[in-house]
Design a protein around this ligand. Structure first.
Ligand code: OGA
Ligand code: MN
Length: 299
């Protein structure tokens, strides 16, 4: 049986049914999923009973996988495979993290609008988040369509963004939350990297804004002006008409296009409920400046 694609919104979010992603995937199902993912930037696959391995196997169809940023920390014990980002409120022994646990404070960055791994020179192409346990209330994920947001910009702003390059760092988004507890190796790993502010998607041909709470400065602009512009673009792109809120069910797999969306996690009572979400992340094919034909000197 062929897969079913059911639009949730006109061209941003769709649900996909009649497919079991934990089993080897037929070539025509994979190409139908890829076609849907060119039109819709967020796909929801209900009822996917993944193991970690089958989730990773499915993700590898889309390209090379990222390794979790927590692997770099010597004092941090991983709960999951190094290719799975641990998007949970649990420690390595699956106990709920205390209010003041460093890991919990660090994870609070997911509450800010962002796109995954824009703080890496080679950022993410897409993310695949699977819900193993969810709180009964709260803990939704919101997604914002940066293609629609770009289309709605005034022409003068589009011209202004053309060729502008922002610098993204994980330390910038964490600093917004007052978190500055980084050691030397993290400081080196999280050096700001250049990313275009507007990009064209090679598969659909559409333009998209590319911005996130990781962005802190813009090449050629005074710091204050850069921050004002970044904040304006985030505020513009996250107006309600561009945003979809996903209420999780256990065994939902949601995949989103990191090149042209932002997302954020919503609050829930994390001292009371366990929220266990596991994310496989696929790398993009080239740095954004390279994709847009811009040469950026190393800084
Ligand atoms: C992520 C993320 C938000 C959430 O998995 O990359 O930001 O709702 N998640 O857990
Ligand atoms: Mn994220």
């Amino acid at each position: 049986m062929a897969i079913t694609v059911q639009p949730v919104t006109a061209d941003f979010v769709a649900e996909v049914g009649d497919v079991d992603l934990s089993r080897p995937l037929a070539a025509e199902d994979l190409s139908a999923i890829r076609a849907a993912f060119t039109k819709y930037a967020v796909l929801v696959f209900p009822d996917q009973a993944f193991t970690d391995d089958s989730q990773l196997d499915f993700a590898r169809h889309f390209g090379p996988l990222e390794t979790t940023v927590f692997k770099a920390r010597k004092d941090h014990k991983l709960r999951l495979h190094e290719n799975l980002a641990d998007v949970s409120n649990l420690d390595a022994e699956s106990r709920v993290l205390d209010t003041n646990d460093r890991q919990r404070l660090y994870n609070l960055g997911n509450r800010l609008w962002h796109t995954d791994s824009s703080f890496k020179r080679l950022p993410a192409y897409c993310s695949m988040l699977h819900a193993r346990s969810i709180p009964p209330i709260g803990g939704q994920t919101e997604f914002a369509d940066m293609r629609a947001a770009y289309d709605a910009l005034p022409e003068a702003t589009k011209r202004r963004l053309d060729g502008l390059v922002a610098y993204h760092s994980l330390m910038t988004s964490r600093a917004r939350l007052g978190f500055s507890d980084f050691d030397e190796s993290e400081r080196r790993a999280f050096e700001p990297v250049p990313q275009v502010l507007a990009r064209r998607l090679p598969d659909s041909g559409r333009m998209s804004l590319y911005v996130a709470s990781h962005a802190g400065t813009i090449r050629g602009l005074p710091d204050g002006e850069a921050r004002a512009l970044i904040d304006e673009l985030i505020a513009h792109g996250t107006q309600r008409q561009f945003v979809h809120s996903h209420r999780w069910r256990v065994n939902d797999l949601v995949i989103w296009d990191d090149r042209c969306t932002m997302h954020r996690g919503m609050d829930f009572d994390d001292q009371r409920w366990r929220r266990d979400m596991r994310r496989a992340t696929v790398s993009d094919v080239a740095p954004t400046c390279e994709q847009m034909g811009l040469a950026v000197a190393a800084e």
